[in-house]
Design a protein around this ligand. Structure first.
Ligand code: ADP
Length: 370
């Protein structure tokens, strides 16, 4: 099966072609609608097709079996991936108020592809869908209930495709079916989130109504006292911009790349050291909370840029968690082995590279085979 996975942003289009789950080619078209770039998403898709043809991996889009689209927000309506038709497009459009930056861009990719290849099956895979199994007590905020009932303000959670993918891989490593494993998965990239997985289903996650909540991220603040943005606005600051773009690690030490911050820390930069301490502390906080939520944990999973590559962060997160049954082996951690737990650790500690595009391809295939 040949499946093209598209992640359509407002000014970029990422693509990856899979044949029978094997990655054949990938790329990104940037600066769509900007100077020096292609004019629109239609031209971007033409460039994608041209690139795949030139690389000799596809004769034309006509050869594809399906297209899988990453869609950021599925609201409460989409609890699993779905074959796209006019009704689904309308529903994604209705969800724009919940994801004003992302859903319109995702739709642009879907509608452009539908015009270009009307007969080609298209599937939407939602970032939020995996978390739709959260119970009410985890997803409702303690604010007037009308805001949930009328405006849909609740915790949705994001990175669902990644949490799900690594949960499946972790279950394989544990030699158990997904439905029987309890996990805490940590997606630590530019954006970061933690997820409590009970019997293979998400029961809590650290991102909330938007991807601003929870862990300390590259430039996003994560959890804070809700009075703070109100105060910022009163002082004439643009709270949205400050909290999304100038906070997190960047706000604390001026840098958002963990590699750079770690190097600075090693050369004695106190602000860099403090920033990473705060970063790791917040993650540990969530690990402890999710232990309480789950009761029994089979494995802790580190994934995405920082989780996969930073032995320092993994070590700092696990420090002091021995009493919860998390014991890592320092040399395994340094070497970045697949299981960095000590032999006698009751909880396994996995490092699992995430692959959201592959998960979208797998989900797309599954929807077609229904
Ligand atoms: P995204 O969330 O955009 O998909 P990634 O999952 O690729 O991002 O994560 C990007 C982040 O991973 C970078 O900002 C960087 O801080 C971190 N990272 C990547 N490689 C390393 C490394 N070798 N050591 C520490 N951090 C790393």
């Amino acid at each position: 099966m040949k499946i093209l996975v598209l992640n359509s942003g407002s000014s970029s289009l990422k693509y990856k072609l899979f044949e029978d789950r094997r990655s054949m080619a990938e790329g990104v078209i940037e600066r769509i609608g900007e100077e020096g770039g292609v004019k629109n998403h239609h031209e971007a898709l033409e460039s994608v097709e041209k690139d795949l043809v030139e690389r000799g991996v596809l004769a034309s889009f006509g050869e594809l079996d399906a297209v899988g689209h990453r869609v950021v927000h599925g609201g409460e309506k989409f609890v699993r991936p779905i074959r796209i038709d006019a009704e689904v497009i309308e529903a994604i459009r209705e969800l724009i108020p919940l994801a004003p930056l992302h859903n319109p861009a995702n739709l642009e990719g879907i509608e452009t592809m539908a015009k270009k290849a009307p007969l080609l099956p298209q599937v939407a895979v939602f970032d939020t869908a995996f978390h739709q199994t959260m119970p009410e007590e985890a997803y409702l905020y303690a604010i007037p209930i009308e805001l949930y009932e009328k405006e849909g303000i609740r915790r949705y959670g994001f990175h669902g495709t990644s949490h799900r993918y690594v949960a499946e891989r972790a279950a394989e490593r544990l030699g158990k079916p997904l439905e029987r494993v309890n996990l805490i998965t940590l997606h630590l990239g530019n954006g970061a989130s933690a997820c409590a997985v009970e019997n293979g289903r998400s029961v809590d996650t650290s991102m909330g109504f938007t991807p601003l909540a929870g862990l300390v991220m590259g430039t996003r603040c994560g959890d804070l006292d809700p009075e703070i943005p109100i105060l910022m606005e009163r002082k004439g600051m643009d709270a949205d911009k400050v909290l999304n773009k100038r906070s997190g690690l960047k706000g604390l030490c001026g840098e958002n790349d963990v590699r750079t911050i770690r190097a600075a820390m090693l050369s004695g930069d106190a602000a860099a050291e403090r920033a990473l301490k705060i970063y790791a502390y917040r993650i540990r906080h969530y690990v402890g909370a999710y232990f309480a939520v789950l009761g029994r944990v089979d494995a802790l999973v580190f994934t995405a840029g920082v989780g996969e590559h930073s032995a320092y962060v993994r070590g700092a997160v696990c420090e002091g968690l021995e009493h919860l049954g998390i014991r890592i082996d320092e040399s395994r951690n340094e070497r970045g082995e697949r299981d960095i737990a000590a032999d006698d650790s009751p909880v396994r500690v996995f490092v699992i590279p995430t692959d959201e595009e592959l998960e979208i391809a797998i989900q797309t295939e599954a929807v077609l085979n229904l």
